[in-house]
Design a protein around this ligand. Structure first.
Ligand code: SF4
Length: 452
């Protein structure tokens, strides 16, 4: 009898994209996907460690799993994503520390080791007969064709890992060194998507705008000595407009790698949308240094000026961490004042919590009390509400083009070119279509429109 799997994905778009590749491998093994954790033979968590909450959410479900196992002794539990350092099963002599710590776990795998999952599963389920996987394209993580969840929108990874070692971040340890995917392979995947009706592609990477520039990339024939490989890639993918690509986006960016040429390319290439996510993390130079961010507040300001001059009306969002090690009230106020000055369209702000194994964990003191972090978060959130509202009101009366992503109870929801969430009433389900709307109202977090 065929066995089933349940997958729970947390965190960023990269994780959601990875889960589409996991679906491919598991379904090639003859497993069927279920939306019910209670019915699954394999429960898989694709985890995020950016915040403590993400880890707690996964570990908090383990008690439930102990109870499930009483009824289903064959049940397997696996974890991948940022919480994992090592690929292993509980049968290995040197398991991942997570396997030692969490009794309910059977296997952990780094996402790059996804091709090893079939052999790990057959070791843990010796009684189950797996179909033999012969496709060569299941042997390399990047070459695994994902089972896309949407037919009109897709996330395409262009690299993995990160060399930046921001002192608070776990990614360089969990995903290891930055390595870019071959350009022709990315193009092939995008071409295939567009041929199948996809109109919006988002290129993904931990540091997307340093594509092709890492130490590992420099050693390859493809990227050695190449100038601005990311722009070359964007130009290449943009050429798919003749086959139906309408929108191209990319995330996440590092300010230190945002060149003038890239800003010009954003203005020049037809499919690139007038929106950019550009994390600042703090508005104080000393804190930025402590975070090892490698830019200053002034250099960030300059980038915003250039972006707004070259791409008038561009929407910009950011990430901010409050309460990082040693952050004084005055240093926090630098962030607050910068927020008032720049007026980002959206900000994803978080209260700092230590990630085990990072530089900050080992060398800096997490000395800001929880209540202080919470208070700073709330003050920033109040400011964001009014800034975002003000920015959204600027759209009132304007026409926007929206790619509809869902339809519930007579209401469609999608995103505009500027990545604003737009809702509107409709008698029919327009999911997957690009529609023109007039914006009637700019709310705090979204726009309300009507069909023109
Ligand atoms: S740039 Fe910094 S925050 Fe982003 S993934 Fe790399 S190390 Fe983490």
């Amino acid at each position: 009898m065929s066995r089933s799997y349940y997958i729970q994905t947390l965190g960023c778009q990269m994780n959601y994209s990875d889960s589409e590749r996991i679906d491919t491998v598991l379904q090639h093994l003859g497993l069927t996907k279920t939306d019910e954790m209670n019915n699954a033979d394999l429960i898989l968590f694709n985890t995020c460690s950016i915040r403590q909450k993400g880890e707690d959410r996964v570990l908090g479900q383990m008690r439930k799993i102990t109870q499930m196992r009483r009824v289903r002794p064959n049940l397997l539990v696996a974890i991948t994503g940022c919480m994992v350092r090592k690929t292993a099963t509980k049968l290995f002599s040197e398991p991942d520390s997570l396997l030692r710590k969490v009794d309910e776990l059977d296997m952990t795998f780094r996402i790059e080791d996804l091709p090893q999952v079939p052999s790990m599963l057959s070791e843990l389920w010796p009684d189950y007969s797996f179909p033999e996987i012969i496709e060569a394209n299941l042997k390399n993580y990047f070459n695994i064709n994902p089972l896309y969840t949407s037919r009109f929108q897709a996330f395409v990874p262009i690299g993995t890992g990160c060399d930046n070692f921001c002192t608070y971040c776990i990614v360089p340890y969990s995903r290891k060194r930055e390595k870019s995917r071959e350009m022709d392979k990315i193009f092939e995947e995008c071409r295939r998507l567009v041929d199948n009706g996809c109109v919006e592609i988002t290129l993904l990477g931990q540091n997307v705008n340093s594509y092709g520039l890492s130490n590992l990339d420099n050693k390859t024939d493809e990227f050695k000595g190449m100038r601005q490989p990311f722009i070359k890639l964007l130009e290449h993918v943009d050429s798919l407009k003749k086959y139906g690509l309408q929108r191209l986006r990319f995330t996440s960016n590092h300010p230190k790698d945002l060149s003038d040429e890239l800003i010009d390319a954003m203005a020049r290439l037809d499919t690139l949308m007038p929106y950019l996510h550009l994390p600042i993390q703090s508005g104080n130079d000393e804190i930025l240094k402590r975070m090892n961010r490698n830019y200053t507040v002034d250099s960030y300001r300059e980038l915003i000026k250039k972006l707004r001059k070259t791409i008038p009306g561009i929407s910009i969002s950011t990430d901010i961490i409050v309460g990082f090690c040693g952050e004084t009230e005055e240093q926090f106020m630098d962030t607050y004042r910068l927020f008032e000055e720049i007026k980002w369209d959206m900000a994803y702000h978080a209260q700092y919590s230590t990630r085990k194994g990072t530089f900050a964990d080992q060398n800096l003191e997490d000395d800001i009390p929880k209540e202080v972090k919470k208070d700073r978060w709330h003050r920033l959130n109040e400011l964001l509400k009014s800034t975002s509202h003000e920015k959204n009101r600027e759209f009132e009366g304007r026409e926007v083009e929206v790619l509809v992503e869902k339809f519930t109870k007579g209401r469609c929801e999608g995103r505009s070119e500027h990545s604003k969430i737009v809702v509107f009433n409709s008698n029919e389900d327009l999911t997957g279509q690009l529609v023109n709307l007039q914006v009637k109202k700019g709310r705090e977090w979204l726009l309300e429109g009507c069909l023109t």
